[in-house]
Design a protein around this ligand. Structure first.
Ligand SMILES: Nc1ncnc2c1ncn2[C@@H]1O[C@H](COP(=O)(O)OP(=O)(O)OP(=O)(O)O)[C@@H](O)[C@H]1O
Length: 358
């Protein structure tokens, strides 16, 4: 049974739709990221799950129990979910151990058990040596670990995290990502993690829900989002690369469709027989001097170990990787392979005229 489930979940603020009939299921122990641009409804979905807001329509279930829906609303304190905010929200006058112990005191857990569980939670988050410190004496990363320890100590059914790393610098974000991963592996907690940072979502989550304008555009494993984006929005928002229009040549094979892409006939993977666009990831472009498709280098950036080339080819902007530096203005030959084709809502598939051997 799904641990968290949303059915036609809708939230309107003064008539404006923030969440538009979302349905999704999250399995016990899954780490799910909600990814999307500012204002797409990520925090609203988290707040409805926590019980800080009531839905305008639809249902939220936790562990199969209806916690919000027609005629029913379970308040946040009775939902048994842990929440980690960007702002840490620690008690400033309690020590680290005091903060972590608090949820157990509220639940009237006996002292000996409380002390054992606090020690365990501090050990799991690497805070044992900081037990007696006050929050003001900690770094941002350490404070966030206290917030995590405080939420795992009462063994919640699910942990909700709202941009927990947004206040930390880049190096600390990377090391805290490892703390979250380790925490998830060791506790098998169900986690719902809000971020607008695609790197964070792809690195941490088992599955990512890509949201836009109150809807989920695609809910899939990171590798699937990258290799098989459902539409132009997902292809553009997740990972590097380009989206260009494609035309059917009418030829199909067991492992794909032949499409006219930038004037070349390219075998493409697809889930639909009538695609309108292709996603061209940098790995799908091979540089080859004698290739007939010509591309002009518009910029070259060193990434460490390889170069990222921004290219113009047949009026489209592409991205390729190269082992060698290239000069802006230089012309290169490129080959396309292993493209992913999809149909964009509203776009009509087009049949290409027969390609001639140029
Ligand atoms: N209390 C509120 N009153 C009115 N409108 C609200 C309220 N809370 C959110 N909204 C609106 O609902 C929409 C979704 O907001 P939400 O905070 O869920 O987005 P988000 O994806 O979390 O964005 P961000 O990444 O900027 O935090 C936005 O248009 C926002 O302005």
């Amino acid at each position: 049974m799904a641990e968290l489930s949303f059915c036609n979940l809708t939230k309107r603020f003064d008539g404006a739709v923030a969440l538009d009939a979302i349905s999704a299921e999250i399995e016990a122990g899954e780490f799910v990221a909600l990814l999307g641009p500012s204002g797409c409804g990520k925090t609203t979905l988290l707040r409805l799950t926590a019980g800080f807001d009531q839905p305008s329509a639809g249902e939220v279930r936790i562990g199969g129990d209806l916690v919000a829906g027609p005629g029913r609303f379970v308040p946040p304190e009775a939902r048994e979910v842990g929440i980690v905010f960007q702002s840490y929200a620690l008690w400033p006058h309690k020590s680290v151990a005091g903060n972590v112990s608090y949820p157990l005191e509220v639940r009237r857990v006996p002292r000996a058990e409380r002390e054992a569980r606090v020690a365990e939670a501090l050990a799991l988050t690497g805070l044992t040596d900081f037990a007696a410190r006050m929050p003001a004496q900690l770094s941002g990363g350490q404070r966030q670990r206290v917030a995590l320890a405080r939420c795992l100590v009462f063994e919640p059914r699910a942990v909700l995290l709202d941009e927990p790393l947004a206040n930390l610098d880049l190096a600390l974000r990377a090391s805290m990502q490892e703390v979250f991963s380790m925490f998830h592996r060791r506790t098998s907690a169900t986690m719902l993690y809000v971020t607008h940072d695609q790197g964070e979502a792809l690195a941490l989550a088992d599955r990512v829900a890509v949201m836009e304008a109150g809807r989920i555009r695609q809910f899939a494993a990171p590798e699937v989002l990258y290799r098989e984006p459902a539409d132009s929005f997902v292809a553009g928002f997740v990972g590097d690369g380009a989206v260009v229009s494609a035309r059917l040549t009418g030829r199909a094979e067991r492992d794909g469709l032949w499409l006219d892409v930038l004037g070349q006939e390219v075998l493409s993977r697809s889930a639909t027989k009538a695609p309108t666009h292709v996603s061209i990831r940098p790995e799908a472009i091979t540089l080859r001097d004698e290739a007939p498709l010509r591309a002009r280098v518009s910029s070259c950036t060193y990434l460490g170990g390889r170069y990222r080339l921004a290219l113009d080819a047949a009026g489209e902007s592409l991205v390729a990787f190269s082992a060698q530096r290239a000069a802006p203005g230089e012309t290169l030959g490129i080959e396309l392979r292993d493209l992913w084709a999809f149909r964009d809502a509203g776009a009509q598939p087009v049949q290409a005229p027969a390609l001639t051997d140029a």
